[in-house]
Design a protein around this ligand. Structure first.
Ligand SMILES: Nc1ncnc2c1ncn2[C@@H]1O[C@H](COP(=O)(O)OP(=O)(O)O)[C@@H](O)[C@H]1O
Ligand SMILES: [Mg+2]
Length: 228
C-alpha cells in the first residue's frame, strides 16, 4: 500500500513542488496520476522510491516509512517497487536479456533463477525474439517494453511508471497501457503517471489529478475536472 499524509516537498527556498498531498493507493489497484508539467508528478514518484525525502508529512510504501527510512533499508524497499523511468535508463552496452538479468543479479538472484525468470518476463512483454539485441536496435515501443520487463523481473508488489508512453505514437501507447493493465491483472499494484488524457479515458481506472502540488480531484471521473 502507498499512503501519503499531508506531504510537502520544497526543493529550495521558494520551490514548493508539493503543498500537502494526501492519498492512498490500495494493494492491487491500477491508478493514473495526471497533471500538467511541473505540477509535482515526478516528485511524488521520487518520494515513493526513496530517492527524495518529504519536507513534512508522512509517506508509507509497502510497510516502509519513507520519511525516516535508513539508507541501508532502501534496497529492500526497492525490491517491492519496480520503476519504469521516464528516460528508460537502459544499458546500451548490454543485450536485452542482460539488461533484465542485471536487475536480478543486483539483488543477488541465483543464475538458475535468472535463466528461468528472464525468458518468462521477456515473453510477457513480447520481446522473446529480441533477447540478443541491444537497446539501440529496438524501436521506441520495444525499448519501453524492455523498461517494463526490467521493472517487473524481481516480482515487485508495486510498479510505478513515469510517463511510460511519453515518446510513443497513439497505437504503441495503447499497447503499453494494455500491457500495464495485464500486469495489474496478475496482481501488481500500478501507479502510472501520464498527461495523455485521451488514453486515460479509454480505461475505467481511478484518476488522481494534481495541480501545483495539490490533489485537485481523485476518482473514476477525475479527468473531467482536470480537463476543465
Ligand atoms: N531537483 C529540483 N530542484 C529544484 N526544483 C525542482 C527539482 N525538481 C523539480 N523541481 C520543481 O518542482 C516542481 C515539480 O516538478 P516535477 O515533480 O518534476 O513535476 P512534473 O513531473 O509534474 O512535471 C516544478 O516546479 C519543478 O521545476
Ligand atoms: Mg515529470
Amino acid at each position: 500500500m502507498i499512503e501519503f499524509v499531508d506531504v510537502t516537498k520544497s526543493y529550495s527556498v521558494g520551490t514548493h513542488a508539493l503543498r500537502g498531498i494526501t492519498m492512498q493507493i490500495e494493494d492491487g489497484e491500477f491508478a493514473f496520476l495526471v497533471g500538467p508539467s511541473g505540477s509535482g508528478k515526478s516528485t511524488i514518484i521520487k518520494l515513493i522510491t526513496g530517492e527524495l525525502k518529504p519536507t513534512s508529512g508522512t509517506v508509507h510504501v509497502n510497510g516502509y516509512s519513507l520519511e525516516r527510512i535508513r539508507k541501508r533499508e532502501v534496497p529492500y524497499l526497492r525490491r517491492t517497487v519496480g520503476v519504469v523511468f521516464q528516460d528508460f535508463r537502459l544499458i546500451e552496452s548490454k543485450t536485452v536479456y542482460d539488461n533484465v538479468a542485471f536487475v536480478m543479479r543486483a539483488v543477488g538472484a541465483k543464475e538458475h533463477q535468472i535463466r528461468e525468470r528472464v525468458p518468462y518476463v521477456l515473453e510477457l512483454v513480447g520481446l522473446e525474439t529480441k533477447s540478443r539485441r541491444h537497446p539501440t536496435e529496438l524501436s521506441g515501443g520495444e525499448q519501453q517494453r524492455l523498461a517494463i520487463a526490467r521493472a517487473l523481473v524481481n516480482n515487485p508488489s508495486t510498479i510505478i511508471a513515469d510517463e511510460p508512453t511519453g515518446n510513443l505514437d497513439p497505437a504503441r501507447s495503447l499497447e503499453i497501457m494494455n500491457l500495464l493493465q495485464e500486469i495489474n491483472k496478475l496482481g501488481t499494484t500500478l501507479l502510472v503517471v501520464t498527461h495523455e488524457m485521451n488514453l486515460v479515458q479509454q480505461f475505467g481506472n481511478r484518476v488522481i489529478a494534481i495541480d501545483e502540488g495539490l490533489v485537485v480531484s481523485d476518482g473514476m471521473e477525475g479527468y473531467r475536472h482536470y480537463e476543465e
